[in-house]
Ligand binder design. Sequence first.
Ligand code: SAM
Length: 309
Amino acid sequence: MTDVPLRAHPARRLLQPVINRLDRRIDRRLRVADRQIEGLRQELRQTRELLVTQQSRPFSYDLLYGKDGRLSDRMPSRETFKKLSDEIAAVAGRPGAWTETAQAFRTLVEVESRGVGRIAGSTVNILGKLTTTPLLGPPNGDILEIGTLYGLFAGGMVRQLLRRGLAYRLTIVDPIAPVQLQPGVEINRDPSGTPITEEIVRANLALAGVAEDRLRLHRGFSQDEAVREALSDRRYGVIVIDGDHSREGVARDLEWAEQIAATGAVVVLDDFGDARWPGVQEATEAYLAGRTRMKLVGKVATSAFLRAG
Ligand SMILES: C[S@@+](CC[C@H](N)C(=O)[O-])C[C@H]1O[C@@H](n2cnc3c(N)ncnc32)[C@H](O)[C@@H]1O
């Protein structure tokens, strides 16, 4: 008897659909297994990285970058940093922003180490504001910060605009209350242990390198007519809204910003999308839905960036 070649064998033809199904199932399982193995490899890489960092990191590193004396540490992981710089690049319309984010990190660490008190907010949010604002190319170096706390962030923003070659003039409005004022929230003692006084804010700005003749520190509330009158003498290239975080307060700051922003100005809404301050996002979205020359450019960490047309 001669062998029937398997290809032509009737049993093979009958079984072919079953064999195909089995093949597909095996392929599917192999693909799932591949993905699982890749996931495990990634976990292993991260664990190794963490182990190396922990082993090689002296305790003094934690003293420098840890959270003692402030609310959050200044130690973003590589993944967090990469994700942040990608977010910044997307909002700024660039292929990448790693270098600029690293430079902003140095600004943050330096300004906070030199000064007293702290910069408010998470490391990623601070870096988001410090990096994205100059990358959006504000039309001039006139900065208005509404709500300054210890003045350190404003010092950092000045440094960051200088990196882009912008000559700065800094205007700040804040009541400079002994502790951070925030409607609906009681903050009795700052984690830094430093009181908030005008002398301290001025000292911090000097320590950050802000020249006295380029600084205007106005004590008061941004919603006050007298304050607005005094500070509406120029068209600001950068406006940071970080004072009263209530929906009403933010809405009123936006109305003011509308009047005093230079064409092309960058308006930063701090704590946008932060669950602790829902009023910021609510007010901004409601404002943008109305008649305004401002447009949302994007969001990085918990800050929104608007452009005044
Ligand atoms: C979150 S802190 C600002 C933090 C600062 N921009 C930073 O990044 O470190 C808010 C500040 O706004 C001040 N503030 C509250 N209501 C204000 C208002 N209506 N006008 C101006 N400042 C206000 C608070 O007293 C506080 O100093």
